[in-house]
Design a protein around this ligand. Sequence first.
Ligand code: GLV
Ligand code: MN
Ligand code: MN
Length: 431
Amino acid sequence: MDRRTFVVQLATATAAPFFRVQPSTRPLRADGARVNAALASFDAIGRMPGGINRVAYSDADLAGRAFALDLIRASSLTPRIDAAGNIVARLEGAEPALPPIVIGSHIDSVTDGGNFDGPVGSFGAIEVARSLAAQRVRLRHPLEAVIWQNEEGGTVGSKLAIGKLKASELDLVARSGKTLREGVTRVGGSVERLADAVRAKGSVHCYLELHIEQGGTLERTSRQIGTVTGIVGLRWLDVAVEGFSNHAGTTPMDQRQDALLAAAKFTVAVNDIVSAEPGRQVATVGRIVASPNTRNVIPGRVELTVDLRDLDTAAIDRFEARIRQAASQIAQATGTTFAITQGVSSEAAMSDGRLMDVIDRSAAALGFTGSRMPSGAGHDAQEMAQIAPMAMIFVPSVGGISHSPREFTKAQDVANGVDVLLNAVVAADRL
Ligand code: GLV
Ligand code: MN
Ligand code: MN
């Protein structure tokens, strides 16, 4: 080949799209500013005086999902909504027959929550797909960025994606007042075709999720990145206490069937039961609705919730049994009845060793300090762990505050987390 032909060929080759199947060993960088800009705009959606209110299936949740769909389109990706109502953006790999790497999180919120729990990992995942395409790094595996629907209501979208939500649970009522069945339809899924959304065990190469820590360990220990070792199991109980409504002035103290008094004793008992043993187990009575909820009437009925968590399922079983026993003792002592039903619950999940190494190495290559830690919060990752190797990346929460309007993560920490996710995806592609 003469020099002129070589130069012409070189010019043509560099002008054509150039995809590196094997990216260089230098760490890649995503556009963290773009993720932080998306988070700042997103803050307006569902913002109310008490905090962010994007509970699943509410109008604000739908507005949030429209925002996410626009962000995906602006990233030159084509979103689809699966039959469960999860939003999926797929970037093809060099070997389309390979199972996808799945990354993602959620954008629904708790009542009066913050803007970082979920959106950081959701917009971070979209940014990773966009960065790979923009930097012309082609993975072997397809990459799917997923926004799971209704995480806060019990990881509903990811449970549907692994086929673990029972048909009867579709009738449970979400915080928005809509049943899960209505919710699936409202977010663009189809309850008749739910089977189409199920991902079989082994059909996903691996699952990675970026999330805020929601606790104070990283901040306290001055670490930038957390590699999650495992996620707590979570059991939700719905408790209905039945007493008798009567006049608050004329009913003597020894002739009352006060459902709120029984609920108060029960709340204390739940706290005492889980505090009685050493360990990381926690339990919370977080919601309580008394009827008729009026100053001069003895409450005849109370509905309340219990949220019970531990890394060990056997311990959760043990505490649940003690809680049920306490309920029947309190019922007897107060002339009330307790009906306890199990709500949506999640299994504890351990992270995959090789993926944790991938995250540690990606963080180190970027020059970040890191440490391994368990997650006390629930995540869609624990559902995906049932069908694929899973690991999570945590970034610091200021003051360790979350599920609160004061929830905050610094822009630099968001950008760091997205960079770690990007490089972890590239490394996981080689596993
Ligand atoms: C989800 O955020 C949970 O841990 O409840
Ligand atoms: Mn949350
Ligand atoms: Mn979350």
